[in-house]
Design a protein around this ligand. Structure first.
Ligand SMILES: *[C@@H]1O[C@H](CO)[C@@H](O)[C@H](O)[C@H]1NC(C)=O
Ligand SMILES: *[C@@H]1O[C@H](CO)[C@@H](O)[C@H](O)[C@H]1NC(C)=O
Ligand SMILES: *[C@@H]1O[C@H](CO)[C@@H](O)[C@H](O)[C@H]1NC(C)=O
Ligand SMILES: *[C@@H]1O[C@H](CO)[C@@H](O)[C@H](O)[C@H]1NC(C)=O
Length: 713
């Protein structure tokens, strides 16, 4: 710690000296910090660590008036946009949609339109110049490479960097108004921003229309706001739901009764889809419909954009002549806010943030009269995570289809030894191959292929600028997943098209051992998922290796790839939910060898019950590992037995399906990748194993007896 700190300080000192010699005028920060409270809050950091961020960057983009950024700046001072008699000194742009989806649809990507950054993050734009985007540390490198010089890129995970309120306060001083759309951020984030800004005399104002109005006016075809998808939502096959929407609603009502609420707002799109047994196509990586639902003891209200529910859905939901609590009333999507304001219920559950489910937006929460608000995790999180038999069967089918697609892809790539391919062309091949499977609906994630040094970055996503050609001299990581009618899959495999180096084999085998460690773990059912993490990481830790991401998380059934409540990560001690039978989780350990190569392996596991209050796991993913990369000498007998059993299941389950689909080449490829591995200690055992020795003795005795017997005849 001290070493890094002093290093950092000396580097900064050099940086600051450099800045001072370049700047013509003294830094403005000292003059824009007018109050003692602000000085105590920010000086140390502002004066030392973050000097570099205060240096103004000048480029055409920063001052352009015709860019989206420039137009936003002028709109902040124009009444026909602010729609109030006020101007804004700064405006915030959030990343998500009104449901706080992890991966919003194209027409919701306001942050990308205004900044050019397509990942998650938050931007702040000053009317007088200056703009910054806060991203997670994993995205920092890519954001810096993507964004124009008009934008500062700040690390939202680094406590030493200014927060959004600090950054704005540094530049605006004591008074000012900051606009933002409260529909697009969580209650918690909004409140934190609002409080911090208020402390320095700045006011955060909910302004729902300005960004949309600007984007809707865009004429440049390349930047124009995409149309909202017109594809209607359909019923989710009853074979894969297992429970009717009426039974689900009744379970939710019981949960609400238990906590003393008489209604809840369902804001998360996967919860809406799960509850109503419907699926849509409104999001890029999940089969969801953009809609809100209010479940109360008296009725069920669905807020969907017009024309988005198919006839069968309307019939199933009994939307016609609905006058009791056993049917649904369909309202316009935008009426949710006004309806909540005048809701007749007394206590309304507003979903609080989980991990991937970010809870209700600030605008939803603020629409509910204060005395009626009950902030709690949505009970649907737990109901949805625990798959019933029908959902499990669906997941099994989806993983079988996915195994066929992935085996086809991997054998094809191996046939070409990966050559004359690039990361991006392989991504395309992955997607095209999945599409060949029946029941394919879409991707469950952006396909992420990384070769060689790119694989050393756990968050790497290939772009035109970084796209590498694939050669037979390093590892290739393929992370991908599919959405099928029946279920959701995600899988990671690491490959090599030449002769792996010893380091590469060591890394691969260690990651495989980590994966095996969690897959074979049989903990008491009460063990918090996060506490299982050390067991998974132990093989890597023994080599002084760790990875910055969680080991695993929940997976939805024909829903989101990331699902609450399970997060397997030793670094968080907030979510300590145990595994439950019927949960689906991922295990995705990795070894990232700085600037050289990377290895990651990922499977989906089903949580199964074991006797006496214990649980265990069973692989849902049935796709071979790469034998060439496995150093057998590093594996224990226990691990070899696990691997052999896994391979045996692949042969028995995937084999017949490959044959049935007429994929003979792929079948042979799969058979060759799943050849049982000999236990290295087997030969040794032959000599010492008493059973073997005994049976030898027996044979020997029998032979002697027979010989003797013959002699006497
Ligand atoms: C405000 O915006 C409107 C609509 O784009 C525009 O016609 C008008 O000129 C703007 N006013 C100023 C003062 O820029
Ligand atoms: C609700 O509706 C379903 C289907 O119309 C019906 O079978 C059920 O009996 C109804 N339940 C109540 C409590 O009205
Ligand atoms: C792999 O081979 C390519 C092409 O020959 C070469 O450019 C690259 O530097 C090699 N990488 C390593 C790690 O040896
Ligand atoms: C089977 O795998 C081995 C190595 O694992 C390889 O040498 C061999 O060429 C493969 N055979 C076929 C038919 O793919």
């Amino acid at each position: 710690m001290t070493v890094t700190n002093s290093l950092r300080i000396s580097t900064l000192a050099i940086f600051i000296t450099a800045c001072h010699s370049i700047q013509m005028s003294p830094p403005t920060t000292t003059t824009t910090l007018p109050t003692p409270s602000m000085v105590t809050a920010f000086t140390t950091r502002v004066m030392s660590e973050n000097m570099p961020t205060v240096v103004p960057v000048m480029c055409a983009d920063a001052t352009s008036t015709s860019s989206p950024l420039g137009k936003l700046r002028s709109a902040m001072r124009n009444k026909s946009y602010t729609q109030m008699n006020i101007f804004f000194d700064a405006f915030l742009i959030f990343y998500s949609d009104e449901h706080l989806s992890e991966e919003p649809s194209p027409e919701e990507r306001r942050l990308e339109y205004f900044s050019g950054w397509d990942g998650a993050g938050t931007a702040a734009v000053l009317s007088d110049g200056g703009a910054a985007v806060w991203v997670s540390s994993g995205d920092l490198r890519r954001a810096r490479a993507t964004l124009s010089c008009a934008w500062e890129v700040l690390d939202g995970d680094d406590v030493n960097q200014p927060t959004i309120p600090e950054w704005i306060a540094e530049r605006l001083g004591r008074s000012g108004r900051i606009g933002a759309d409260a529909r697009l951020t969580s209650v918690k984030e909004w409140q934190a921003l609002s409080t911090d800004l208020q402390q320095v005399g700045l006011q955060l104002i909910h302004t729902p229309t300005m960004l949309d109005q600007l984007w809707n006016e865009e004429l440049d075809p390349a930047r124009r706001r995409p149309d909202f998808s017109k594809i209607v939502a359909v019923l989710h096959n009853t074979d894969y739901t297992g429970v009717t929407w009426r039974d689900k609603v009744s379970t939710v009502r019981n949960e609400l009764r238990a906590i003393g609420a008489d209604a809840m707002v369902v804001t998360s799109l996967d919860e809406v889809a799960w509850l109503l047994n419907i699926r849509g196509k409104d999001l890029p990586y999940a089969p969801l419909l953009k809609a809100f639902v209010i479940v109360s003891t008296r009725d069920v209200r669905v807020y969907a954009p017009p024309g988005k529910l198919s006839m069968p859905v309307r019939e199933a939901l009994a939307v016609y002549n609905c006058f009791n609590n056993n049917c649904t009333r369909v309202n316009d999507y935008n009426n949710i806010y006004s309806d909540l304001r005048r809701a007749s219920e007394n206590k309304i559950l507003i979903p609080a943030a989980g991990t991937f489910q970010r809870g209700a937006s600030a605008a939803i929460a603020q629409s509910v009269p204060q005395a009626k608000r009950v902030f709690l995790l949505s009970p649907i999180i737990y109901l949805k995570a625990q798959k019933n038999e029908a959902e499990s069967n669906g997941m099994t089918k989806a993983h079988l289809r996915d195994a066929v697609a992935m085996c086809t892809l991997l054998s094809y790539l191996e046939g070409r030894r990966g050559t004359s391919q690039s990361e991006m062309s392989i991504s395309k091949t992955v997607e095209v191959t999945r599409e060949t499977q029946a029941g394919f609906v879409g991707l469950s994630m952006k396909t992420r292929v990384a070769f060689g040094p790119n694989g050393a970055d756990p968050y790497y996503v290939p772009t035109i600028l970084t796209n590498r050609r694939v050669f037979p001299n390093s590892t290739l990581i393929i992370r991908s997943g599919g959405q099928y009618d029946e279920g959701t899959t995600v899988v990671t495999r690491t490959l090599h098209y030449g002769k792996p180096s010893r380091d590469e084999s060591k890394a691969y085998t260690t990651v495989l051992r980590s994966l095996a460690a969690l897959s074979t773990l049989q903990p008491p059912a009460s063990l918090p998922a996060a506490h299982a993490d050390p067991a998974a990481r132990a093989p890597l830790w023994a080599h002084r290796q760790d990875y910055p991401h969680p080991t695993g998380h929940g997976v939805g059934a024909a829903l989101n790839r990331h699902e609450d409540p399970v997060v397997i990560d030793y670094r968080q001690d907030v979510i300590l939910h145990p595994f439950r039978e019927g949960y689906y989780i991922t295990v995705e350990p990795g070894w990232y060898e700085g600037m050289k190569f990377g290895v990651q392996l990922g499977n989906v596991l089903e949580v199964i019950s074991k006797p006496s209050g214990y649980i265990g796991f069973r692989e849902a993913t049935l796709i071979p590992f790469e034998p060439k990369l496995i150093d057998k000498n590093m594996l224990t007998d226990y691990e070899i037995n696990w691997l052999n059993a896994y391979n045996d299941r692949i042969r028995k389950v995937v084999g017949p399906e490959l044959k049935a689909q007429g994929l003979t080449d792929v079948y042979y490829w799969m058979s060759n990748k799943t050849v049982p591995m000999q236990l290295p200690s087997k030969f040794k055992k032959m000599n010492t194993n008493s059973a073997t020795t005994n049976s030898c003795k027996q044979i020997f005795t029998t032979v002697i007896v027979i010989i003797f017997a013959n002699c006497f005849i």
